[in-house]
Structures are given as C-alpha cells and as structure tokens.
Design a protein around this ligand. Structure first.
Ligand SMILES: [Zn+2]
Length: 321
C-alpha cells in the first residue's frame, strides 16, 4: 500500500519552524472552520475530509516527540519516497482513524508511539476564552463583584478532552476535545473600568485536556448607553434647563451626575447652549483619575404663568427696548 506523504505543516497553513502556540492557534481556527457539524449537509463530506486532515496534522505537530520524528523522516516517509504534496484523501470519508502515512510512522492510532518511551507529552494548558461584559456607567465607577453567565468551552465529557474515542475521533466533539457550556462567572471589577478595557480572569477559560491548567478568560468591558449622560472617552455630557432670570442673573442650580444631583453655580449671563464644566465627574480615565462632566445649559421660558409674571415680562420688554 502506498504511504502518501502528508504535509502536516501545509495542512495547518503554518511554517516549518512554527511555534507550539502558532500551531495550536492555526489548529483551533481551522478546526472551527471545517467542523462538519457546522456545515450544511452538502458540504459535510468535504468538511469531514478536511477536518480529519487537520486533526491528524495537529496530532503530530502538537506533540514534540511525534513532530521530531516527522521532521526527521517526514519527507521520505517511513517507506518509500513520496511526492511533496499532501496526498488526496482516500475514499470512505469516515471520521475514524488516521491515514496510512500516519499509521506507518506512529502505529495504529498513534498508540504504538507514545508507549514504551515512558514519555507522554506535557499536559497542554486549556484554551483562553474571550467574552464581553456590558455594564452601566454607574457600575463602571464603583467596580466590585459582578456575576454573569457566559458560554465557555469546557472539556468534552465524552472523551475527557482527548478528542479521541478508541481509534477514531470523539463523535461528541468531533475531535476538538471541547464543547460549549453556559457557566456563571463572578469577576471582581476594579474601580473606574473603561469602555474597551480587557480584564484577565486567570483560570476561568477553557479546561485543559490531560490535567493541564485551565486557560484564562479575557473579559472585554462595554459601557452601556445611558439615558441621561453621553460618554465621549472619559468625559460625559448632559443638559439642564435654566429659567431666563437665572441665566441672566446667575444662580445656584442642580445638575445630574452619576453619583446623584449636585448643586453648582450657574454664572450670570449664561446663554442658551452655553457649557459648564464640572471637573472630575466623568468616567475613569486612562492613566488614572476621572474625566469631566460637561453640562449644556438650555434657557427656556417657564410654563408657569400668572398676572404678575405677565406684567413683569411686559415691564422687562420695555426696559430692554
Ligand atoms: Zn469529545
């Protein structure tokens, strides 16, 4: 039987000197892309072939011992010299098993290989995960403990994360070794978190196969829109209404802040559209401290009316003429 050469580096689209991390990343990306469960019926068969190729390549390149042997004898193969390109997949696109090339080099299912030498590969760390956490502007100031649910990758319960069942790939996770599950996570947020900030939650990411430590969870903070304040970077903007006489004469007025109403001085002769700055009442700023709150003043007449108010306005009109 011909042992068609398999170019595992080409299968994962990585260079020959790719690091373990690069190989892992390439594998995860491709495994998701070609996962047969995620494909339409008419694409399943082609995806399965591709998926099998990727898994076999990863099986070899992720294991330093197998990779070493592959690099040493790979091009010639264990038997005869072979063409430099990946052999076209043989028929019978089942999930099971490895190519003849693989079995020629590592034994059936690779089992003959790891055994005997006494050495199993070091357990790999679980995958890092990413998630977004949306919080209110108020909560961004105070920080504290937050609970939220998240769909995270967990070790496949059917195969314990190995991705294999017997000689073939685990059907439950299709060889990836992990599945998704909703988990409740609690995170301690620091004070003054900012929009777009990335927090690292150690050990809250994907579980590891083979007893390695779990991956980390990177939490991206998103600040929710607020009904009263508009955020621009660390600065906030809001608006207040002022009565014509207060705008003319100056007054003490109440303005909203994230921490509740605050009394500030409205200077005399403030025009409608004028902007007041309340220092340090904005959001958390990069490098520490807080941005400012800008209060847009809208001068408006009062809906309240009386004979006296009418009379005073008439007097005002005459005086201003
Ligand atoms: Zn599985």
């Amino acid at each position: 039987m011909p042992t068609g050469y398999r170019d595992y580096y080409a299968a994962l689209g990585v260079k020959k000197d790719a690091s373990a991390d690069e190989i892992k990343q390439a594998y995860r990306r491709l495994a998701k892309l070609h996962h047969p469960d995620l494909r339409k019926a008419d694409e399943k068969s082609a995806a399965t072939v591709k998926f099998k190729e990727i898994n076999e390549a990863y099986e070899v390149l992720s294991d330093p011992e197998k990779r070493g042997l592959y690099d040493r004898v790979g091009a010639e193969g264990p038997g005869e010299a072979a063409p430099r390109r990946s052999a076209p997949p043989e028929g019978g696109d089942s999930f099971e098993g490895f190519s003849d090339f693989f079995e020629g080099m590592f034994g059936r299912g690779g089992e003959g290989f790891a055994r005997g030498e006494g050495g199993r590969a070091a357990p790999r760390k679980g995958a890092d995960a990413e998630a977004e956490l949306s919080i209110s502007l108020e909560d961004s100031l105070s920080g504290g403990d937050k609970k939220f649910s998240l769909s995270v990758p967990v070790l496949c319960p059917d195969c314990g994360g190995s991705g294999r069942r017997g000689r073939g790939f685990c059907p439950a996770c299709a060889g990836v070794g992990e599945t998704q599950r909703t988990r409740t996570i609690s995170a301690h947020l620091p004070r003054l978190v900012r929009d777009g900030m990335r927090l690292r939650l150690r050990g809250q990411g994907g579980a590891s196969g083979g007893g390695g430590e779990p991956g980390d969870l990177y939490l991206r903070i998103r600040l929710l829109p607020h009904p009263v304040f508009t955020a621009t970077g660390a600065d906030l903007e809001t608006s207040v209404l002022a009565a014509p006489w207060d705008a003319q004469l100056g007054a003490e007025i109440s303005v909203p802040t994230l921490e509740g109403p605050l009394r500030i001085r409205l200077p005399a002769k403030t025009h409608s559209g004028g902007r007041l700055r309340v220092a340090g009442k904005g959001l958390g700023k990069e490098g520490g401290g807080r941005g400012d709150l800008f209060v847009r003043v809208r001068v408006d007449i009062t809906d309240k009316t009386s004979d006296k108010i009418e009379a005073l306005y008439r007097e005002l009109r005459e005086a201003a003429a």
